[in-house]
Design a protein around this ligand. Structure first.
Ligand code: AR6
Length: 169
């Protein structure tokens, strides 16, 4: 599995599955979650309600349709809410490793990730970038996923991710 970094909008990525930084209720929200539901249309929420009537636990992942997005699936993950005192880093690592497991379950080969927990949930961005790379590297040899694309929403996040990958421009 190759780990890549691009700057852009997660919802516009042409990959098999995009990863959503959701919350435990899985009923939409702000940030990238709001963007995915807006661009994907009502089918995404309908599938969330149908497949996850009780939501998901922090650190866990689950898939739905991607509705109108270019991707086929959304893999929803629930990052820890650092602002609310959820500072267990293992839960953040788990978001990435569980997302790759779910991608393997459905047969998705290319995956695009946001920087989970680094927005509304307030995880320090540099460590969020390091955790993303660390977690993805830990499963790189054992997954059928061929590309894990880390999508930075701005240039600063892209620089942090490239630093974490060790290939600063
Ligand atoms: N494309 C790529 N990255 C984005 C986009 C986008 N369209 N929009 C935001 N980001 P956040 P969290 C970046 O807040 O911290 C929601 O209300 C953003 O700059 O989306 O895990 C959920 O429902 C940041 O780097 O997710 C939850 O309640 C990263 O995506 C809560 O927020 C994650 O920021 C989850 O908070």
């Amino acid at each position: 599995m190759e780990i890549t970094v691009v700057e852009g909008d997660l919802t516009q990525q042409h990959v098999d599955a995009v990863v959503n930084a959701a919350n435990r209720h899985l009923r939409g929200g702000g940030g990238v979650d709001g963007a995915i539901h807006r661009a994907g249309g009502p089918a995404v929420l309908e599938d969330c309600v149908r497949r996850f009537p009780h939501g998901l636990a922090t650190g866990d992942a689950g898939w739905t349709t991607a509705g109108d997005l270019p991707a086929r699936w959304v893999v929803h993950v629930v990052g820890p809410d650092h602002r609310a005192g959820e500072t267990d880093r293992a839960l953040l690592l788990s978001c990435y490793t569980r997302a790759v497991e779910v991608a393997d379950e459905v047969g998705a080969r290319t995956l695009a990730f946001p920087l989970v927990s680094a927005g509304v949930y307030g995880w320090p961005r540099e460590d969020a970038a390091a955790a993303a790379v660390e977690a993805l590297r830990s499963v790189a040899a054992t997954t059928g996923v061929t590309e894990a694309r880390l999508v930075a929403y701005d240039a600063a996040a892209a620089a942090l991710l490239r630093d974490a990958l060790g290939d600063a421009p």
